[in-house]
Design a protein around this ligand. Structure first.
Ligand code: CAO
Length: 414
């Protein structure tokens, strides 16, 4: 049995943020019915295509374990079918532009009238306020949520990160909101509205930077590379590769860096393990020298500390550094490329990287469920073709006859 077996999700999500949420719920066993516009479908089916006329990896990697029904929810017949889906589902999830579902004729009030037990969950770019009506994509959320202003080097422009913290990050929030609302429904019998703003989701992940904003009032941020020689302004600055916690860290070059963009490693000079690190590097004399022996003495010259560490790491591969420092309890992490991650056997063994077969594209790799439940296995099944399950959903879930299904098709509703 799977954890969410028996839960049915009416999935009106598209692009990335919403689909990551419903994909997770599908992995936990929910029956996810993805509603897509007839003939068009989720726009990502056609975006960044690597093979002509085949669903893109963008789409397939965000829509596993779902069923697809095509439905024009703006036609009269389509509205009737959509109402029946609302009646029978536990959750309605969507991430359209603000107001899109209301414009279709399905306000929260109307949805509750049809099914008072339903949980209605939405992702929007912003919460209520001046930007509530804006359309938002990943990088807009990173910029407006505090991530871009705090990412990058002090002397460079704000940077977006490759991690999709606005989209996939907010999808995680939505999934938690949905299961929490379902849990509450067990006691109250009522559904509720769940809303997650991407700006809020990014800011939540940038919590430590708001912490630093407030610390600035009381003096310079000593763990930032700007200390002690640079200037601090009135907002949390960009801190390059500094660790952000109380333990200094930085990215340093490893053997082969001249030809390999990822021949680097992250090293943290935690106070407790610094003696072991110094010995491994052949700098035992630091431990006796008051100029270097304490964290306080090292703090104003961390750049020199990491220069010395780098001289040593440049004589080793990033994996050799890992092999030497890990047993010494020195926290470090090689910079792993996507190629290395794709080929890593341990990630295959845990189902974090999974090979999936697709009837049109053949075999491809995807990221499986990152949340492991011991009693709810999460096998990854391929994404549905556009409208692949229209007939079966209309027949088995909604109880339409073969003639009614044919008529709905004839009218263009499905
Ligand atoms: N039948 C009929 N119409 C449908 C339909 C269906 N099955 N599915 C969608 N539509 C309609 C919508 O009702 C909407 O029509 P209106 O404009 O008349 O209301 C229209 O298709 C397009 O929806 P949209 O405005 O959401 O799509 P877009 O491509 O213009 O915008 C996006 C995309 C992501 C910017 C916007 O949806 C958005 O801001 N969403 C919220 C934030 C979010 O999730 N962003 C993350 C995206 S991933 O980077």
């Amino acid at each position: 049995m799977k954890a969410l077996e028996g839960v049915r999700i009416l999935d009106m999500t598209h692009v990335q943020s919403g689909p990551t949420c419903t994909q997770l719920l599908a992995w936990f066993g929910a029956d996810v019915i993805k509603v897509e516009r007839p003939g068009v479908g989720d726009a990502t089916r056609g975006q960044l295509r690597d093979i002509p006329d085949v669903d893109s990896l963008y789409f397939t990697m965000l829509n596993h374990n779902k069923r697809s029904i095509t439905l024009n929810t703006k036609s009269d017949k389509g509205k009737e079918i959509f109402s029946k889906l609302i009646e029978t589902c536990d959750v309605l999830a969507e991430n359209f532009a603000p107001g899109a579902l209301d414009r279709m004729g399905f306000s929260w009030e109307r949805i509750q009238e049809i099914n008072p037990r339903i949980v209605y969950a939405s992702v929007k770019g912003f919460g209520p306020g001046p930007y509530a009506d804006c359309k938002v994509y990943e990088n807009v959320a990173q910029c407006t949520g505090g991530s871009a202003s705090t990412t990058g080097f002090d002397d460079g422009p704000p940077l977006v990160t490759g991690a999709q913290i606005g989209d996939s990050g907010t999808g995680l929030n939505l999934a938690l909101g949905i299961v929490t609302a379902l849990f509450q429904r067990e006691k109250t019998g009522r559904g509720q509205r769940v809303t997650c703003a991407m700006q809020d989701g990014v800011l939540n992940l940038c919590r430590v930077k708001l912490r630093d904003q407030q610390r600035l009032k009381h003096g310079p941020l000593k763990e930032y590379p700007q200390y002690p020689n640079g200037e601090f302004g009135d907002a949390t600055p960009r801190s390059g590769n500094a660790s952000g916690g109380g333990q200094p860290g930085w990215i340093v070059k490893c053997k082969g860096w001249e030809n390999d963009d990822n021949a680097y490693t992250y090293v943290i000079t935690q106070a407790a393990s610094f003696p072991a690190l110094a010995k491994a590097m052949g700098r035992e004399e630091w431990l006796e020298d008051p100029e270097w022996s304490t964290p306080e003495a090292r703090l104003p010259k961390l750049d020199q500390v990491f220069d010395e560490i780098e001289k040593w790491t440049m004589t080793k591969t990033k994996f050799e550094v890992m092999d030497i420092l890990n047993p010494l309890n020195v926290p470090c992490g090689p910079i792993l490329s996507m190629k290395e991650l794709a080929e890593e056997p341990a990630l295959r063994d845990t189902g974090t990287v999974v090979e999936v077969d697709h009837p049109d594209r053949g075999k491809y790799l995807t990221v499986g469920n990152p949340i492991k439940l011991s009693d709810s296995p999460a096998a990854v099944e391929r994404s549905p073709l556009l409208g692949e399950h229209t007939d079966e959903i209309m027949r088995d879930v909604l109880g339409y006859s073969a003639e009614e299904i044919a008529a709905a098709k004839e009218s263009g509703a499905v």
